[in-house]
Design a protein around this ligand. Sequence first.
Ligand SMILES: Cc1cc2nc3c(=O)[nH]c(=O)nc-3n(C[C@H](O)[C@H](O)[C@H](O)COP(=O)(O)OP(=O)(O)OC[C@H]3O[C@@H](n4cnc5c(N)ncnc54)[C@H](O)[C@@H]3O)c2cc1C
Length: 497
Amino acid sequence: MASKQFTKEEIAKHNRQNDLWIIVDSKVFDLSKFGAMHPGGLSVLLDEEVAGQDATNVFFGLHRYEVLLKPQYARLQIGVVAGEEQQIFPRSVGTLSKVPYAEPTWLTEGYYSPYYKDYHRRFQVAFRKFVEEVLIPDAHAREEDGKRPSQYVFDEMAKLNIIAMRLGPGKHLDGLELMGGLVKPEEFDYFHELIMGQEVARMNARGYYDGSGGGTYIGLPPIMNFGKPAVREKIMREVFSGKKLICLAISEAFAGSDVAGIKCHAKRVDDGWVVTGTTRNGSLTRPLRIISPSLVAMTKVTSYSTTAGTGYVTFENVHVPYENTLGTDNGGLQVILSNFNHERWGMACGSIGAQRFIVEECLKWATQRQVFGKPLTSQAVIRSKLAAMIARVESAQNWIENVTYQMNHMNYKEQATHLAGQIAFVKKYCTENAQETAKDAVQIFGGRGITKTGMGRYIEHYHRTVPFDAILGGAEDVLGDLGVRQALRKMPKNARL
Ligand SMILES: Cc1cc2nc3c(=O)[nH]c(=O)nc-3n(C[C@H](O)[C@H](O)[C@H](O)COP(=O)(O)OP(=O)(O)OC[C@H]3O[C@@H](n4cnc5c(N)ncnc54)[C@H](O)[C@@H]3O)c2cc1C
């Protein structure tokens, strides 16, 4: 009985094999039978600091809170320590973290922001709850089994029009009921989208992040902006309803950064075009797919799980009817380039959300891990790494909020004129920061930071998948160069030292 009370003296008597009790945060667990099956071995449980003792610090030095919640371990609780109360509580679903810097300042008590309105705050609460209740459980299960995100997740997202909202503000939201009516389509702005990107990134499942929305994020805008009306309406309906996925295949084995250098080509025929060549894309999930005798897609294995992956697609004289083409004849490059700013800005938002999650993991771990008889935080070198991580995430957040504010006040064309360089820089800044933070996090977690299960599993995942953002949507060096070239074009002719 979990409510039964025991004194510490009574508990201390149960300190041997087959009669083994321990205390974790005021809860008493009977490990008499479990001891021999303990994955970490029996001897650690018979240690004099554990057997019959308050093993809270030892436990949290080795296990995440989730372990206590697993039914097979929760049922080992036989009572509580008389006169003691539970001190350690996991954050409840949908709520904010109290760990410093685990939330951006606009969500931290005592701070202010010029950017966010009440309707952003309401939206953040509802969206975090959705992410934690619907997306995260599926994300972690699919990262394990490598299958594509479950259909019910797409169905749930579709019900609230989350798939449509992920594409940002715009005409495509007109007439839709957003988040069950919580947000009016005319109020939805880039700060809502920033919130979505950062909240979804907190699931720390990078492959799933792409598999559950990355293809739509980059694949649908060209159709929305350049598709012929009938095809556009049909595809938007199918994708927003969660029944179909979409991806964008621009880069190819011959050209990635050099988008204009692609070799895939189309020949004009009476009723359309015939396409031949190869491309890559990021939303394929099965090893090999024959889409049609002339269109074959093959998944390449990447460092993230197969819940998303980059694919190699070959087109052998694939006929594309004219109504399925985008933009004007020979205007393809404009179609391709048009969404790059939005894509890069979105990736920067996600990168910051994920970094913040890692800051929280590191702050918790450095506080609870005892080394040389003291918490890790007592080491100046660890505090210095935490300082660098915090400074990186805070500066990136402030920059992205400024850029987002500009986006709210500019049309697409103005964004391209004024923000392409800023966005290229902010993405480069975020992904460089992210890689530094991943390196520091591994040092703080030690061996656990490179172990796929247990305490450091999120750090291991982050460290393994963090280079994706540094390459996709424009490699760091390419973006830095783009930003500087944009600036140089605007240099006044008469500027001199
Ligand atoms: C998991 C995954 C998913 C992907 N998803 C998609 C997708 O959905 N759609 C799609 O079209 N593509 C996709 N890609 C491809 C991706 O966009 C390219 O990998 C990326 O654009 C870089 O191109 P590249 O790999 O050919 O590198 P390259 O262009 O060969 O460049 C190699 C490196 O050289 C450096 N470099 C290149 N040019 C310059 C320059 N001018 N100045 C300075 N340095 C330079 C950069 O550091 C760069 O990283 C995906 C790739 C992966 C791995």
